[in-house]
Design a protein around this ligand. Structure first.
Ligand SMILES: Nc1ncnc2c1ncn2[C@@H]1O[C@H](COP(=O)(O)OP(=O)(O)OP(=O)(O)O)[C@@H](O)[C@H]1O
Length: 688
């Protein structure tokens, strides 16, 4: 927003004797040094006591080299329109003024507060979104262009980036980050309502489509929430009874990569519509409970992460980059006093705990004392946001406020928080492989030495022998030697790089061939499975689920006769019989027992008939058993198959990573087939 909407505000009568604010007055009012209390005041509310923190000094951005940036957290504030319930409060008024990048909070006319001073705060950007008919109104698009696009630019350069929305409950965080009605495809893509996150993702894919053909890009997304200090994967396919994924995940610390969430699903997406599906399904899963101020309040902190990988062809090592973008919608702060039940009270405490720790971290970072302890680990939120706060990330904060006098305390507290955050300095580094960096550095050293040599040679040709003495000659010799050494190092580094590139290419080709084989195998197995009518029994302890499945499906011909008799006997006795790898297994589901019969050890003739023989069987207790229908197995297998379907051979240089992920997903999928089935039907997994 280039100009200020200040002229549209109601003039303040009490503080300025009925005259509208002029520029001079506004300037004079900024950063007050003292607070004038109304006589006979009974204590000053906390939110008014630390106004001196307003507009702290911000160090300017420094670039140590082209690949390293030191910069402050960029902070923007957005003011939403008054809502119906605020307008319905008698005496409620708009107390927020905007002047360029400044926000002035004025005490209300009929104030019960004990302060009569304006409070001025400066930020990197201020978005005035109170009256959409006013030309100065900041639209969703304006907010995205101002704070979303720079983060996208950083991500494409290879920097980690983070944007988090902070503010009182109902102040417009979700509206700004995701948009209105976050579960509707129409709204999420609408020009008017779409928030920063969907716009960011649309623009990301637009830019990807405009990249050169030799640039390979990968986009992986994950989405999780922190609810009552527990992490839930919003995109996991494991569901509880209410249909939402509620399995809490753990955070671990990687020695190099820092904190990470164990088993958080990550999804590779190739198009925006694919990504949008994940976004919407994650939004649906987000815990929502209404607060006193907001009927659709998000009670959790949500973090949507995008990992962008870019790499180019063989000879271009300067452009292999990986960046992580975190778009964070924090839960709103809610005063505990207004909570109406225990569960909500508990939520409030843990939300406030995370926000409190976030505040502590911001304060500690703002102090910038060397070796000063930053309590990142006191909450899950700050632990996970560690890199975004004072670490390797270009970070922005969007503070959202209500203009209403009824939320004056919360608004001042948010603004103060945001001001403090502005002083945090992050040091962001382009994420590239050490080898890429070495080659880049050697190249620039070679360039430098060549320029130096050229310079010397030019000087020597002008000045001839008289002034260009022996010292100069020895200097140029030294440069030449250094140059040839560096050129040699560069050559070697490039050779190693090329060799690795070829190796990884070959690995990819091999993996592709394996994936193809796997795909064909799966195809045939699904076909077999579809044509088999018998019951199946599988052991979850077998490492290769598919091999075992095949074993079960292809009963040995030689033992057919005997096997048929056993099966018949089992059917008559309500037992389940399966044959696998030379062993017949008979399960008694009612008594939860089973018996194993190695085929080669059978001496049926010693008994009069097979029933006598079978009645002598040793029965062992099943520790536990879970079953599923054949249809369920087929559906599951089809899902695995579909996963692999997307893996057609391509020139994608990130393919090995992709395969690793798909394999992991397959393993998890196999495990989940075994562990999450509850309805006992015809296929039994015996957990003995
Ligand atoms: N800039 C805006 N313009 C129009 N309406 C807005 C704006 N910001 C917020 N709103 C409306 O205000 C209400 C509350 O907004 P939102 O849900 O985004 O708040 P929140 O800060 O995310 O709350 P919580 O922390 O409780 O989840 C919604 O009905 C939303 O549509």
């Amino acid at each position: 927003m280039s100009t200020s909407p200040v002229k549209n505000f109601t003039p303040r009568k009490r503080a300025l004797q009925g005259t509208p604010l002029t520029n001079r007055q506004l300037n004079q009012l900024s950063t007050p040094k003292s607070i004038r209390l109304v006589p006979n005041s009974v204590g000053t509310p906390e939110c008014f006591t630390k106004v001196l923190l307003e507009t702290p000094k911000v160090t300017s951005k420094r670039s140590r080299d082209q690949f390293d940036e030191e910069c402050n957290l960029r902070v923007a504030v957005r003011i939403r329109p008054m809502n119906a319930s605020e307008l319905a409060i008698v005496g409620c008024e708009d107390v927020v003024r905007v002047k360029d990048k400044q926000i002035i909070v004025c005490p209300p006319k009929c104030s019960s507060q004990n302060v009569s001073m304006d409070h001025t705060f400066s930020y990197d950007h201020v978005f005035w979104s109170i009256d959409e008919k006013n030309p100065l109104y900041a639209k969703q698009e304006d907010v995205f262009m101002t704070i979303g696009v720079p983060l996208l630019n950083s991500a494409f350069k290879g920097f980690n980036a983070c944007l988090f929305a902070y503010g009182q409950t109902g102040s417009g965080k979700t509206y700004s980050m995701m948009g209105r009605n976050v579960c509707s495809v129409n709204d999420i893509d609408s020009e008017e309502f779409s928030g920063i996150t969907p716009r960011f993702c649309r623009e990301l894919f637009k830019r990807v489509s405009e990249l050169d053909d030799d640039c390979t890009v990968s986009v992986d997304v994950s989405y999780f929430e922190i609810y009552n200090e527990k992490i839930h994967d919003l995109l996991a396919n494991t569901t509880n009874q209410s249909g939402t994924s509620k399995v809490p995940l753990k955070v671990r610390e990687h020695p190099i990569l820092g904190p990470y969430i164990v088993d958080l699903t990550s999804h590779t997406v190739k198009t925006y519509p694919e990504l949008r599906e994940f976004l919407i399904s994650g939004n649906r899963n987000r815990a929502v409970a209404s607060t006193a101020m907001n009927d659709f309040s998000s009670r959790s902190h949500s973090i949507f992460s995008i990992e962008l990988g870019q790499s180019r062809s063989l000879n271009d090592t300067d452009n292999s980059r990986r960046s992580k973008v975190s778009l964070v919608d924090l839960a709103g702060s809610e005063r505990l006093g207004s909570s109406t039940n225990d569960e909500r009270m508990k939520q409030g405490v843990s939300i406030n705990k995370s926000l409190l720790t976030l505040g502590k971290c911001i304060s500690a970072l703002a102090e910038k004392r060397k070796n000063h302890f930053i309590p990142y680990r006191e909450s899950v939120l700050t632990w996970l946001l560690r890199e975004s706060l004072g670490g390797n990330s270009l970070t922005s904060m969007l503070a959202t406020i209500s203009p209403s006098s009824s939320h004056l305390d919360e608004t001042l507290s948010t603004l103060r928080y945001a001001c403090q955050a502005r002083t945090i300095v992050n040091r962001a580094t382009i994420n590239e492989s050490p080898h890429d960096r070495l080659i880049r550095e050697l190249r620039s050293e070679v360039e430098r030495l060549r320029a130096l040599r050229r310079n010397f040679e030019q000087r020597s040709s002008y000045s001839q022998s008289s002034s260009f003495n022996d010292t100069n000659n020895s200097e140029i010799d030294e440069i030449k030697t250094k140059l040839s050494e560096t050129e040699q190092q560069l050559l070697e580094a490039q050779e190693i790089w090329e060799q690795r590139f070829m190796e990884s290419r070959q690995n990819q080709i091999r993996e592709l061939a394996e994936a193809e084989k796997y795909k064909v195998e799966l195809e045939s197995k699904v076909r077999i499975l579809n044509s088999v009518n018998d019951d199946l029994t599988l052991s979850p302890y077998k490492t290769n689920f598919l091999e075992e499945l095949e074993g079960v499906l292809t009963d040995s011909e030689s033992s057919e006769n005997f096997l048929e008799q056993v099966k018949l006997w089992c059917r008559e006795n309500d037992l389940i019989c399966t044959y696998n790898s030379g062993t017949i297994k008979i399960v008694n589901p009612t008594k939860k027992k089973h018996s194993l019969l190695p085929l080669e050890m059978l001496h049926v003739k010693e008994f009069d008939n097979i029933s006598d023989f079978l009645n002598q069987l040793q029965w062992i207790d099943n520790r536990c058993s879970k079953s599923l229908t054949k249809a369920e197995v087929v559906a599951s297998m089809n899902q695995i198959y579909q996963l692999l379907e997307g893996l057609q051979p391509s020139e994608d240089s990130n393919l090995s990573l992709l395969y690793a992920k798909v394999n992991k997903m397959l393993q998890k999928f196999e495990t989940s087939i075994i562990s999450t089935l509850t309805r006992p039907k015809t296929v039994t997994f015996n957990l003995d």
